[in-house]
Structure formats: structure tokens, C-alpha cells
Design a protein around this ligand. Sequence first.
Ligand SMILES: C[S@@+](CC[C@H](N)C(=O)[O-])C[C@H]1O[C@@H](n2cnc3c(N)ncnc32)[C@H](O)[C@@H]1O
Length: 330
Amino acid sequence: MLITNQETKINIKYLENLSLTQDEVKEVMEGLTSIPKSLPPKYFYDALGSELFEKICNLPEYYPTRTETAILTNASKEIVEITGICELVELGSGSSTKTRLLLSAYDSLGKPWQYIPIDVSGEILKNSALQLHQQYNNLSILGLVGTYEQALWQLPPSCLPQRMIIFLGSTLGNFTYEQSDDLFNEVRDILTVGDYFLLGIDLQKPADILENAYNDSQGVTAEFNLNMLSHLNRCFDGNFDINLFKHQAIYNQEKTQIEMYLYAQKSHNVRLNKLDLDVSFQENEPILTEISRKFNLTKMQDFLASHKLKTVKYWTDENKYFALILTQLI
Ligand SMILES: C[S@@+](CC[C@H](N)C(=O)[O-])C[C@H]1O[C@@H](n2cnc3c(N)ncnc32)[C@H](O)[C@@H]1O
């Protein structure tokens, strides 16, 4: 589906198939039949999941959003001075709230330019695109609703000589090492030499700060985690009872990652009709719903460099909780 309006310079393109893809079926089947059980984190994000994530961003315990916002507040002007006008492609744009700091800096150059937000959650992408259109005069928007893979694969050629792909919120932390490697290979293949990649990453820090951030006192993260099961029920005609699961996040020191789980509160069975799948749970059996890797800044720069993405400059906060790395394809 394509919602388009030439006059207002907004296009929203829905890349998702209305029927389930083989990959979607495979990843959920494999996750629920493996030991331990796991589910892909993209299922957090239906309309309610995106709303709950916005609430998480404003929780007192959840330091990443306000820390990255503070870094972007300081760095945006300098980023624009370094890159000059360019087309911005954002992976997992969500509400684009933090991105506005960058968008304002680019728009103030007074030249026509393009922003391509990509997100699997259509409602939040559409609403934020409409707001951005009201806010910025020089901007045209092409919203792509779908997964990173679908969108990157279908990305049109850049409409400006320079392009920058941005990936904020340490969403990269949800990727395993191998998945990050694949993503950086894709980024490298899409960019041309001289283009930019801007990455926000959460850095390693004491376990108590991390565990508090993902087990907030108001229970919003628990609601967000449990909502994944309701989303799966809708996608796969399932009968998960969210009252039979409990949220808990732990920091795995060895792997330097937060692991978010849903624990079955008693032994029971769940059926997903569209997958023709029956899943049995033992009491206290976990489903791993998300990893959130915490990074070492130098190692990340080396990893980026091994994909020909050379650091131009990086910014951190005074606690060194979070980092923003601007790289250029060489
Ligand atoms: C952790 S949130 C970050 C949102 C925003 N970038 C920020 O920094 O606050 C991750 C975002 O990526 C989107 N997302 C998650 N998995 C995705 C996937 N496989 N493909 C495309 N978007 C995805 C979600 O809908 C959500 O908006």
C-alpha cells in the first residue's frame, strides 16, 4: 500500500505482506520449539507496544533515552557541519522524537532534503511523519513500513549526493554479534564511499543500574514485555494467557547483555492455530524475548572499521553511559 501526497511531500509505503512470510513463520516456530524458548523482539512493536516503549523512554530508571537526547542536543549542529546536507535513512525510527534534534539542524540549512524513516510499527511511523511534515518546510518524507531487511533491500537510490543511515536508541543491542555483522555488511553495501552511518550505543556499566532500567518500579517494561504475547495471539491466532507469565530482566555479566524473559507461572499449553503449533510450558520455564547488549566503545569502533566504516567523531555523556559514533564509508 502506498499513501502519497505530492503537494505535502509525504509518502508512506507499506512493505509488509498481508499474509505471513515464510521467515516469520520459521523464526517463531524455531523460537518456541528451541530450549530455552525465545521470540524475535520485533513482536514487541504493535501500536500498543510502540506506545509503551514511548512511556519506557520517559521512566526515571530508563537512562538511555535522556542520555542520548542530551548527546544529540550537543552534537547535532556539529554532525551537520561535518556531513553537509544529506538524505537521512533511519532504522527503527519509532516516534522520531530524538531524531528531531538532527532533523532541525539539517532543515536549518534551508535546502530541500529527504528523510526516510523505516519501522515495522506502521501507526507510529505514519503519525510521526505527519507531525514532521507540519514542522519542517524543506523536508520530503518517504516512510517505509516493514522490517530493516525488507526496507534496506527496497531502498530507492539517494535523491541527494550524500546519504547517512542512522540507528539510534542502541537498538543494535537487540542484535546478536552475527546479526550485527550482517546488518553492517548491508549498511556498507547500500552506502557509497564518503556516505555516513550514525550509531547510538549503550555502554557497559554496573549491573544494578542496568537491571533497574529494565525492571522499572511502575511495571511499564513488564507490560511492554507481556504485550508481545497479545501481539503474537493476533498474528498467529494464538491463545497465550498473559496472566500466566511474569516479566523479569537480568544482566548477564559474562555476555554483557540484559536478557528480558517471560516466565510461565504454572505448567500449561498454548496453541498457535496459524502455525498449527502446540507449545507446552513447565512451571517457571522462561521465554527469552530480548537481549540488549552493552558495548565497549573502542571494540565497537574496531568492529565498524572492519566493515569499512571509519569513525569520524564520537560523543559520550559525562558518565560514559552512552555513545554516539559518526562513521564514514571508506
Ligand atoms: C528500541 S526502539 C527505538 C526507537 C527509536 N529509534 C529510539 O531511539 O527511541 C526500536 C524501534 O525499532 C522498531 N523495530 C524493531 N524491530 C524492527 C525490525 N525488525 N525492523 C524494523 N523496525 C523494527 C520498533 O518498532 C521501534 O520503533
